[in-house]
Design a protein around this ligand. Structure first.
Ligand code: ATP
Ligand code: MG
Length: 410
């Protein structure tokens, strides 16, 4: 029987291990999510069976980290991570354990990061196995490091950022000793790779908990360590936090990052996004929002063509959202934005990005060669078309001939 869901696939894995005399539980994040009534993104299984035994018991497997006791097991169309109960031995790189030793379920719970992430669930007995007080903390919505917080953050610096993510995603307050350790150890995240920092930021700042995440990053002094040489104006951070609060629920990571970087030059924004190893798509999205942040501020100076050029961008919706959130934050009147929205609504969709009347081939036929003037003339013709100054190809050709003739004379 092929499992129909990830849950059923994980259950089948537990059942098979159990039938062969092994202890096996659901572990970590999926237990937390189940207790919260949320659909887990993945189900991890923890067991006393060791990798060779797991490979023996399941037909389709992949060794992902057999030295850490982790094997992927395929059930139908799902892959389940099956890990042997283990304890992490010394950490010397501030990120990964140097080695692991197979251990008891209790020791396996102790190596996990936060109590809410440290529980097991026995799906056959339908019983929670909680060695770390995770249930109580989850009920109280409290994020608490397992063990001595400073020690745990020193072992693995990424946990500092994971704390921000879990606290903000699950509406938890951070237990005071854990919080104190985060604040003290904030500079340590410099040792975390830019990719991992960006991944954590993306997750933290795109969900519904993003305002809390941004507040925690600011409050713990983490903003200063997100990339080499990061500096922040306290006043701007305050405004940015207030602005993030006014973003609609569906706003994405790019919209949030743009608000955080809104007081910087476009080039600096590109540089920061590169340091954070953002994708080109994300970098261009954020930089576009910063570049055009003031474009809607003076509707009188914004021509029809200017407006259409902005509307042509797939980020225009985010720009409207950004401007609205900023207005709400600063208490500026909404009348400017309303004026823009009225103008936007009056533009027929097929007039936003009409096919240009004049193409490069037309200019070449007139004897102009490609170069700066060539594209300037094309841009100028298209601008006039968007501005409704040119209503037909014939009219556009007349202007094109005139411009080309001037250029050829020069
Ligand atoms: P998510 O919903 O983001 O997947 P998760 O809790 O499942 O959250 P994972 O990164 O998938 O997080 O890790 C699974 C489990 O492994 C965690 O719940 C935690 O018990 C443990 N874990 C993961 N990363 C660490 C870490 N850096 N330090 C200690 N324990 C960790
Ligand atoms: Mg997970």
């Amino acid at each position: 029987m092929k499992p129909k869901s990830l849950h059923d696939a994980a259950l089948a894995v537990v059942r098979r291990l159990h039938e062969h005399g092994h202890t096996a539980y659901f572990a970590g994040g999926c237990v937390r999510d189940m207790l919260l009534g949320r659909e887990p993104k993945d189900f991890d299984v923890a067991t006393d069976a060791q990798p060779p035994r797991i490979l023996e018991l399941f037909r389709l497997t992949r060794r992902v980290g057999a030295q850490f006791g982790v094997v992927l097991v395929r059930q139908g169309r799902f892959w389940i991570e099956v890990a042997t109960f283990r304890t992490d031995l010394s950490y010397s790189d501030g990120r990964h354990p140097d080695a692991v030793r197979f251990a008891t379920p209790e020791e396996d719970a102790q190596r996990r990061d936060f109590t809410i992430n440290g529980m097991f669930f026995d799906p056959l007995a339908e019983r929670i196995i909680d060695f770390v007080g995770g249930q109580e903390d989850l009920t109280a919505r409290r994020l608490r490091a397992i063990g001595e917080p400073r020690h745990r953050f020193t072992e693995d610096h990424l946990r500092v950022l994971r704390a921000v993510r879990f606290a903000s995603a699950y509406g938890c307050t951070i237990d005071p000793p854990t919080w104190q350790a985060i604040c003290e150890m904030a500079p340590m995240i410099r040792g975390v790779s830019a990719e991992r920092i960006r991944e954590e930021l993306t997750k933290s700042l795109s969900g519904p908990g993003r305002l809390d995440a941004a507040r925690l990053l600011a409050g713990a002094g983490l903003l200063e360590h997100l990339w080499e040489g990061a500096t922040w104006s306290a006043l701007h951070v305050e405004t940015a936090l207030a602005t993030i609060e006014h973003l609609p629920a569906e706003a994405g990571f790019e919209a949030v990052l743009a608000i955080l970087l809104l007081d910087r030059g476009v080039e600096e924004v590109h540089r920061i996004c590169r340091m954070l190893t953002c994708s080109n798509r994300t970098r261009e999205h954020v930089a576009w929002l910063v570049r055009h942040k003031d474009d809607l501020a003076e509707p009188a100076g914004l021509t029809l063509a200017d407006l259409k050029l902005l509307m042509q961008s797939r980020h225009f919706g985010d720009l409207l959202v950004q401007v609205e959130a900023l207005c709400r934050t600063t208490g500026a009147p909404m009348t400017t934005l309303d004026t823009i929205l009225t103008r936007v609504a009056a533009i027929p969709p097929d007039e936003i990005r009409p096919t240009p009347f004049i193409s490069g081939d037309d200019l070449k036929a007139m004897g102009l060669r490609e170069g700066p003037a060539f594209s300037q003339i094309l841009d100028r013709l298209y601008y006039a078309q968007l501005n409704n100054e040119l209503r037909s190809r014939a009219a556009a050709m007349r202007l094109a001939e005139e411009l080309v003739a001037n250029e050829l004379r020069a």
